[in-house]
Design a protein around this ligand. Structure first.
Ligand SMILES: Cc1ncc(COP(=O)(O)O)c(C=O)c1O
Length: 428
């Protein structure tokens, strides 16, 4: 093409038509990310050089055991491990998971049909919801809710009924009541103990009742057992699958993210009902090619040889829990020590609770105390009035966080008194 012709083409090109990107309605149906405001201020503060103590996300800050990292490096050097892996996970890893379930909970699982490896339990959970839920189906979820428990259902076009999880007797009777009243009946129950965010725990009898209800009313169960490995004071979180008949009605998700400090590795498992697992396998077969094989091989080492490290990690969280609880109680907060999990679920003390929303309180702590926490309202309406503090910083940093929170609240109180010398502080 001559220079003249190129000129002609350029002149005749209409001004860049902008494509109007129209995202699918399922994206619009999702609410704005509740932690967005907190995260952008956290990012801003860090960029400006503030040393923010981050108790926001349950993101483990310690490393896996050295032998697990070494195994990963060794497996990564093997050229045979770099192709696509099996979408349901390599057999030896599934066998190891089955063996752990048997040793720890007395649950027998067939590694071929009752165990599946996932890209983290969150991926498995979300795709399981796609496998079992559809338009017009309803799921019962615990309230307050870990966001994916609700939004994976929404993404699968299902409806959600959120039931208060704080009293498990009431939770069970509300499940029964919902099943009696709702038509069509709920198709799925999601449970999560130790619960994130409320830290509620249960004893094995609770799951026996869940299985009875599931059989009576004909719903499936997904148990999110993410905090199976993090427990304190001799408490052993029970597995849903250990309840008689559980495997007839449901599955359980576990993860290596928390107890094994492997959150970034994305190793999770789905165990239990073979038909539900088959459905998950069908969905996953279309979406992914499985987890990097070197990670799966290192995960086998971790499951086989690092029980003692998992116990030690629980002790670390326990000590952090005690430091944080004692500190907050010294500030006058009425906080209960959790028996398990990586969080403290703290009611915001008065008068702050009546003065401002949970989100504003969390923003104030971040802005003025340099401490990031998760506002309970990020976990739905039932979380309003609470903060979730993750035990992911060391004991000294937690003591520092408490001091900074105390100082911030004292200063704010004084400022409010100055603005309102008659003592009548406006209730926002
Ligand atoms: C209750 C609960 N389920 C699932 C997950 C996700 O775990 P994973 O890293 O295995 O996807 C978390 C992570 O914080 C969690 O708290």
């Amino acid at each position: 093409m001559s220079e003249y012709e190129i000129d002609q083409v350029e002149q005749s090109t209409p001004s860049d038509p902008k494509l109007q990107v129209q995202l699918a309605s399922r994206v619009h149906r999702l609410p704005p990310y509740m932690f967005g405001r907190i995260n952008s201020l956290l990012y801003q503060k860090r960029r400006d050089g503030s040393d923010v103590i981050d108790l926001g996300m349950g993101n483990p800050s310690d490393a896996p055991e050295e032998l697990v990292i070494e195994k990963l490096a060794e497996a990564a050097r093997d050229s045979g491990n770099h192709g696509y892996s099996q979408s349901n996970g390599i057999l030896n890893l599934r066998r190891e998971v089955a063996s752990k379930y048997f040793k720890r909970f007395g649950v027998r699982l067939d590694p071929d049909s009752e165990v599946m490896t996932c890209l983290g339990s969150k991926e498995g959970f979300s795709h399981m919801c796609l496998a079992v839920m559809g338009p017009g189906d309803t799921a019962i979820v615990p309230a307050p809710y870990f966001p994916v428990h609700t939004y994976a259902i929404a993404l699968a076009s299902g409806n959600v009924i959120a039931l208060d999880v704080s009293d498990h007797e009431k939770f069970l009777s509300n499940i029964a009541y919902t099943c009696q009243q709702l038509y069509p009946k709920p198709k799925l129950l999601i449970i999560c103990y130790p619960h994130n965010p409320s830290t509620a725990t249960v004893e094995p009898e609770f799951f026996v009742e869940v299985v009875k209800l599931a059989k009576k009313y004909g719903f499936m169960v997904i148990s999110d057992f993410a905090y199976a490995d993090v427990a304190f004071d001799g408490y052993r979180p029970p597995s849903f699958l250990a309840a008689p008949g559980a495997i007839d009605v449901g599955v359980e998700f576990t993860t290596m993210s928390k107890g094994y400090n492997m959150a970034g590795w994305r190793v999770g498992f789905c165990c239990g009902n073979s038909e539900m697992i088959r459905g998950l396998g069908v969905i996953k077969g279309y979406y992914d090619y499985g987890l990097f094989q070197a990670i799966q091989i290192a995960a086998i080492m971790a499951l086989r040889h690092t029980d003692a490290a998992v116990e030690r990690q629980s002790d670390i969280y326990c000590k952090r829990r005690d430091v944080l609880i004692q500190g907050l109680r010294r500030l006058g907060w009425a906080v209960e020590p959790p028996k398990a999990g990586m969080f403290v679920w703290a009611p915001i003390p008065e008068p702050w609770r009546s003065r401002m929303s949970t989100m504003d309180f969390a923003m104030m702590l971040l802005e003025k105390a340099d401490v990031a926490v998760s506002p309970g309202s990020g976990f739905g309406d039932a979380g309003e009035g609470f903060l979730r503090l993750a035990l992911v910083e060391n004991e000294n940093r937690l003591r520092q966080a408490v001091r900074q929170i105390g100082r911030c609240l004292d200063n704010e109180e004084k400022n409010l008194q100055k603005k309102s010398p008659d003592g009548l502080i406006p209730q926002a």
